[in-house]
Design a binder for this molecule. Sequence first.
Ligand code: NAG
Ligand code: NAG
Ligand code: NAG
Ligand code: NAG
Ligand code: NAG
Length: 686
Amino acid sequence: MMFPPLSRLLCLLLLSLSIPPSFSQSFIYKGFKNFASTNITLNGVAEITNDGILRLTDVRSRLIGRGFYPDPIRFKNPTTRTSLSFSTSFAFAVVPKYRKLGGHGLAFTISPTKELAGAQASQFLGLVNVTHNGNSSNHLFAVEFDTVQDLEFADIDDNHVGVNINRMKSVNSTPAGFFVDGDSTKQDICLHSGKKIQAWIDYDAAKPQLNITLSLYSKKPSRPILSLPIDLSPVFQDYMYVGFSASTGLLKSSHYIFAWSFNMTGQAKSFNLHHLPSLPPFKKNQKGFIIGFSVSILLAFFIIATAGAVYVFKQVKHTDVIEDWEHDVGPQKYSYKELKEATKGFDEKEMLGYGGSGKVYKGVLPISSTQFAVKRILKESKHGQKEFTSEISTIGRLRHRNLVQLLGWCRRKGEFFLVYDFMANGSLDNYIFNNPKAILTWQQRFKIINDVSNGLLYLHEGWEQTVLHRDIKAGNVLLDSELNGRLGDFGLAKLYDHGSHPATTNVVGTLGYLAPELTRTGKPTTSSDVFAFGALLLEVVCGRRPIEPKASPEELILVDWVMDKWHEGRLLEVVDSRLEGEFDKMEVMMVLKLGLMCSSDEPSFRPSMRQVIRYLEGEVPLPEILAPPSKKGGFVVGFDNFASSLKKVDTWSVGYREGDVDLEAGSGSLELVSGKHIGNKCLYKD
Ligand SMILES: *[C@@H]1O[C@H](CO)[C@@H](O)[C@H](O)[C@H]1NC(C)=O
Ligand SMILES: *[C@@H]1O[C@H](CO)[C@@H](O)[C@H](O)[C@H]1NC(C)=O
Ligand SMILES: *[C@@H]1O[C@H](CO)[C@@H](O)[C@H](O)[C@H]1NC(C)=O
Ligand SMILES: *[C@@H]1O[C@H](CO)[C@@H](O)[C@H](O)[C@H]1NC(C)=O
Ligand SMILES: *[C@@H]1O[C@H](CO)[C@@H](O)[C@H](O)[C@H]1NC(C)=O
C-alpha cells in the first residue's frame, strides 16, 4: 500500500490511538467457576468441572483438549513490528490414569487460531501435525510440560519443560524442577505427580529474554529453570490467541488448569495454591503391578544387541564355512530340496502361522509321511543368523516331553530352516483369546499349565546349563494331538532390530510379558521367565491377553485387574466366562494367586519354577501374604505408538513386512514405530 506521507502519518497516529486497549490486555481466572462460556473458548474434550477447574482432557485415549482466552491479543508493536513483552502464570496438574503409566503432557501456547486445525494428539499435544511440524507458517509458540520422551523430537527425558517454536522439537528444554530462594540446588518436580504445579512464563521483548519458572508452592522463585535469549518477533503475528492444549495417547492422563493470569504490561499475578479448588478424589484402581517396559533403557540394550547381531551376521554372511557348532549339533541336517518338496514349495496353504522371526509351514516327508513343522527364518530378518545358531546349538540337544523337539535344520543362501515336531493342535493362543477354535475345559487348561511349568523347569534346572526361554507366551505354547502343552521357540537370543532410520526405531517386544527389571538391567534371568509365566497363568484362567486394548480402562492391564478383584475379594469374577463356572475353585484360586505372585514387580518376590511346581502340585500351600504392590522402583512401560501398533495388529493379514517380524496376529506383540517411553522417572502420588 502506498500512502502519501501525511496520510501515512495520520494512519499511524490513528493506529496508535487504537492500540492502548490491546497493549494493556490482561486477565485473571482465579478458578473457572463463575465464568460464562463466553469467557473461555473450549475445544476438543475440554470442559470446566463442577469445582471450577479447567479440565483439558480426561483419561480416554487419543484426545485433544484446549482452552483459550476468547479474544485475540496484540503481540506486536504496530510501529516497530517487533514483539511485545508478556507475562503469564498458571497452576496445573497432570493425573495419569495408571499411577505408573503417564500419558502425554500439556502446553501453554500462543497461536494464530484457537482451533489449531489438523493438529494431532499424543506426542503432538494437539499443537501441530506431522506434515506441518516445523513449518514456519505455523506461527506457533508453545511451552511444553512433557511427560513422555519422544526420541523423534529429541526430547531430553520424560519429565521436562521445553520451548517450542513452530515444531515439537524444543529449541531449549530442561528437566522439570524449581529453585528455592537462597538455594542453588534444583529441586525435582514430577509433572505427572497429580500435584498442583505453578508455572510462570515471562518474556521481556526488549532484552529479549524468555524465562520459565516452576514451583510446587505459591510464591514465585526468583530463579527461573529456563532462561533464554530469543526474539519472538518472527513467530508472532500482530494478533494471537493464548491458551492451553493437551492430549492423550493410548496411555493417558487428565490435564487440569486451576487458575491462570496473563498480563501484557506487567508481571502476571501468582496464585496461592491453597486457595485454588482441589481435584476430585482420585479413583483408586491402580493397585497392583505394572507390566511392561521402558523403551529408552531397552533401546540401549537393543542397540547393543543389534550391534552384536550385525557382527555375527557379518561374520557368517554368505560363507559356506562350516561353523564349529555345525559339527556339534545333534539334530539332522536336511537338504533344501527335501524341505521344499515336503512343504509343497513353501505353499502359503501349508502355513501354520508366524513365530519368532519367520513363518511356520507344515511339511510331510514323502516316503515316511512323517509330519513336521518348518520354520523359515526370513533372510530380511537381520537377527536370523544369531537366532539360528543359538537355537540350533542349544535346543538341538534338549529333550523333554514338554518341549517342542527340534528335529533338524537347513541353511541355504542366508536362509535358515528349523524343523520341529509337528504339533497337531497348534498354539495355545488359538484356544484362549478372542474367537477360540475350541473352549478348553479347566482340566485341560490346568494340565497345560502343569506341562508348561515342567518344560520350563527343565530349561531352567534340568539341563547341564540354564536355558532361558525369554519369550514365554501363549503363542509359544504348542499343543500336540493329545493337547499336551509343549514349549516352543525357546533358547532364542531375542534380538531386536534397530531401525535404519535414526528417527524410527523399530523395537519389537511382547508387551505384557516382559519383566520390569529387564528394562533396568537388560539382562534376562530365570526370574524374568517366571514373570512371563505368571502372565501366561493369568491368561489361561481369564481367557484374555495381558494387555487388552479393547477392555475398559480398569481391565486394560490384566494383572492389575486380577489384583484389584483379589483385593475386593471377588477373585473368581476374573475367570474366563466361557468356562461357564465349570472349574475347581480351589485350583483356579491357587493358579490366579500364583500368577500374581509370579507377576510381582520385584524379582525376589517371584517363586522359582521348582517352587511353582510344588505349589501347582499342592505339595506346599501358597504363602498367605502376597507380595504387596511394589511402591518403589517405578517402572514403566510405555508404548507410545501403542495405538498405531495395535491398529496394525488388528489389521494384520497374511504376509510379512520388514519390521513386523514379531507382529503376530493378535498375539500382543507390538512394534514400536518410534521408541518412546512414558514416565518412568516419577510416579503419581496418592
Ligand atoms: C465474562 O463474560 C461476561 C459475558 O460476556 C462478561 O460480562 C464478563 O465481564 C466476563 N468476565 C471476565 C472476567 O472476563
Ligand atoms: C496439518 O495441519 C494443517 C494446518 O496446520 C492442515 O491444513 C492440514 O490439513 C493438516 N494435515 C493433516 C494430514 O491433518
Ligand atoms: C508450510 O505451510 C504452508 C501453508 O500451509 C504451505 O503452503 C507450505 O508448503 C508448507 N511448507 C512446507 C515446507 O511444508
Ligand atoms: C529472567 O530471570 C533473570 C534471573 O532471575 C532475571 O534477572 C530477569 O529479569 C528475568 N527476565 C524476565 C523477562 O523475567
Ligand atoms: C498487569 O500488570 C499491571 C502493571 O504491573 C498491573 O497494574 C495489573 O494489575 C496487572 N494485571 C493483572 C491481571 O495481573
